[in-house]
Design a binder for this molecule. Structure first.
Ligand code: 3HC
Length: 294
């Protein structure tokens, strides 16, 4: 089935990036958020990234305008009706996602495909509340979606071969490296990455090194673009705790459990880069390691 129009539900960190790359691929995009303020914020984030691409000479101004012109921001689920594919990127909360699908599934035309960008929840739980579990799949993008090359295409027990093929085609058109993952909590990347980040927090708690030392060590010692604590701030500490909670619930292994320091930081509203404070304080010109003393 040809994809011409894509719906993206949720315009946050992941949703705005997914909407942008879909529009860059030439598809019309409907980006849905809960209120006008959030629609404007999502579109402003896309505008900022497009301007940056033009400034750096990676895109012509006219091409950026065309991309922007293909994106319709809305609060109305009704605008998703004629989409060929709808990707959800809302809060990582199963209850909210199920409520959303119950509302959206009857609106979207027959034959369209539905996908979740969940990072940790089982795809089947969402597929099962729709009228088309055979046309439901996981499309797991990585942050920032505009830059990270990977797309995990997740097949749950009900996902048809046709839907899986669409997932692969979407990844190919978007220029992503596509990996087929089974519907096991965390899929491939988070199964490995989440315990790594949580273990870095434990290493810090145990005094193995300071925040800066742990990050510097993994950057220079393993050639990672970011150290694990910078990466945790980048992913969002609230997100990390909630992914860890889902994975711990599923596997009952300590490596997935959020260490006390992390839980306290989240309780304090320190969500990492997006809130301005996490393992680092982002209020100045350069990030400075936080005084945790927790
Ligand atoms: N949106 C769009 N483009 C962005 C961007 C963003 N948010 N952030 C950076 N970029 C682009 C820049 O425009 C730049 O391109 P240019 O040089 O052509 O202008 C390029 O990326 C490099 O950016 P910078 O020079 O600003 O900075 P870095 O070289 O440090 O790269 C990074 C930034 C790409 C984020 C790099 O640090 C990196 O790869 N970090 C690791 C990210 C990672 O691991 N992500 C996965 C997280 S886990 C996840 O998402 C799963 C989820 O389920 C939790």
């Amino acid at each position: 089935m040809a994809i011409n129009k894509v719906g993206v539900v949720g315009g946050g960190l992941m949703g705005h990036g997914i909407a942008q790359i879909c529009a860059q691929a030439g598809w019309d995009v409907v980006l849905r958020e809960v209120d006008d303020g959030k629609v404007e914020k999502a579109v402003a984030m896309i505008d900022k990234q497009l301007s940056r691409a033009v400034d750096r000479g990676r895109m012509e101004g006219a091409a950026a305008d065309a991309v922007r012109g293909r994106i319709e921001g809305t609060t109305d689920y009704g605008r998703l009706a004629d989409c060929d594919l709808v990707i959800e990127a809302i809060t990582e909360d199963l209850g909210l996602k199920l409520e959303m699908w119950k509302e959206v599934d009857p609106i979207v035309k027959d034959g369209a495909f539905l996908a979740t960008n969940t990072s940790s929840l089982a795809v089947i739980d969402q597929a099962a509340v729709t009228s088309r579990p055979d046309r439901f799949l996981g499309l797991h993008f990585f942050n920032p979606a505009q830059v990270m090359p990977l797309l995990e295409v997740v097949q749950t027990v009900t996902t048809s071969d046709e839907a899986l093929k669409v997932g692969f085609e979407v990844g190919e058109v978007l220029g992503k490296t596509v990996v087929h993952a089974k519907d096991k909590t965390g899929f491939i990347v988070n199964r490995l990455l989440v315990p790594y980040m949580l273990d870095a927090v434990r290493a810090y708690e145990e005094g193995v090194g300071s925040i800066e030392e742990i990050d510097a060590a993994m950057k220079a010692g393993a050639n990672h673009p970011m150290g694990p604590l910078t990466l945790a701030d980048f992913v969002g500490l609230d997100t990390l705790v909630s992914i860890g909670a889902v994975m711990f619930d599923e596997y009952r292994e300590r490596r997935f459990a959020a260490p006390p320091t992390l839980r306290k930081m989240v309780a304090a509203g320190w969500y990492g880069r997006k809130s301005g404070k996490g393992f680092y304080d982002y209020s100045g010109d350069k990030p400075v390691a936080s005084e945790l003393g927790l």
